[in-house]
Design a protein around this ligand. Structure first.
Ligand code: GLY
Length: 353
């Protein structure tokens, strides 16, 4: 697969990625190279990476705990301390080997350590390949509020090694599939139609490239999310609130990011039908397709009340209002839509019916 240019860096695939990384390490002559892993990627991905990278480099490994609940400033402090204790300086490099938690947290740690050291993302989950590792959003959660602390800073390189997907459970793959479906919904009806034909998440590898092209094109046009990039938040206004609520609520099983976003997309498609002209057939198509892959989740009145309250803290809010990305039709998104409160309750009813 051809490499994709992203700002001043590149997104490389498979063996070309290893070659490009070796070349980069040689030309930059870093004083030390750190690899950030979690307990899963240390076991399942690090050996594959170390066996595949040539050049005789030595790497220091730093481990952080997996999971969204650990994507916080406490984990950052531990990684900053490890970098400091292990003698890193401004010419050090941090390689983030993991899913979205690792690439978000590691990118933020690198961007702020000694006012910024280089970092490279090697995503190991589908979600991180098609979304988190590309575009330079880095950061951590603040309590139950997602991605409240962070900076936009581009990685020096992104390596996509689809072999890592073999280490994932179906549920994890599905979570990334939600973001791929979103890419179709917001920019490309043909891509949505292609993905609709996918029966099993094992068939997703061949479609990763197109998703990354879509995401990269959007962020290249609007890296700081002044306008166009906001379309990537389709499904995320409600989706993030749902994800945060389930994360915090000990009585409920937590949802993976993509699982929450799938629910958010159904509800925001309903809002699109009410407010921006999305046709009923397309609305039903979106709901049926998503429910084929994502089991329905039960919400009671108290859940709905709490989730709607959480919305007001969403980082996409501006001047005290909640703004939504809505669809005019599949493949055409519109940013900055205000939604009346009563429609939010109706969106939950539509999802439940
Ligand atoms: N994940 C959305 C973005 O990168 O803007």
């Amino acid at each position: 697969m051809e490499s994709i240019t992203s700002f001043s860096s590149q997104i490389h695939f498979n063996y070309l990625g290893y070659e490009a990384l070796e070349y980069h390490l040689k030309s930059k002559n870093y004083s030390s190279i750190f690899i950030l892993v979690d307990e899963n990627t240390r076991v399942h991905c690090l050996p594959i990476f170390l066996a595949s990278i040539g050049g005789g480099y030595s790497f220091e490994v730093i481990e952080t705990e997996s999971g969204e609940l650990n994507k916080n400033i406490t984990s950052c402090i531990k990684v900053w301390e490890a970098l400091s204790e292990q003698g890193s300086d401004r010419q050090s490099l941090l390689i983030n080997l993991g899913g979205g938690v690792i690439t978000d947290l590691g990118g933020f740690v690198a961007s702020t350590f000694r006012r910024g050291i280089d970092f490279i993302n090697i995503p190991t989950t589908l979600l991180a390949m098609v979304d988190a590792s590309v575009g330079g959003k880095t950061g951590v959660d603040l309590g139950m509020l997602k991605n409240q602390i962070g900076v936009i800073n581009q990685p020096k390189m992104v390596l996509i090694i689809p072999k890592f997907l073999n280490t994932l459970e179906k549920r994890q793959l599905n979570s990334g599939f939600a973001e791929m479906l979103k890419h179709g919904l917001i920019t490309s009806e043909p891509y949505w139609r292609v993905l609709k034909q996918v029966d099993s998440v094992d068939q997703l590898e061949e479609h990763i490239y197109d998703s990354i092209v879509i995401k990269n094109e959007i962020v290249r046009q609007d890296p700081n999310e002044q306008s166009l990039r906001k379309i990537l938040n389709f499904g995320h206004t409600l989706g993030h609130a749902i994800e945060s609520y389930f994360l915090e609520n000990k009585e409920r099983d937590s949802l993976l990011h993509g699982e929450a976003i799938a629910i958010g997309m159904i509800m925001e498609a309903f809002l699109s039908h009410q407010l921006t002209g999305l046709g009923i057939n397309q609305l039903e198509d979106i709901k049926n397709t998503l429910l084929k892959h994502f089991e329905k989740v039960d919400f009671n009145d108290s859940d709905i009340h709490s989730i709607i309250n959480l919305l007001k803290y969403d980082k996409k809010n501006s001047h005290g209002s909640v703004y939504f990305v809505l669809l005019k039709r599949i493949g055409d998104a519109q940013i900055d839509n205000r939604v009346p409160d009563d429609l939010l309750n109706q969106a939950f009813s539509y999802y439940k019916e």
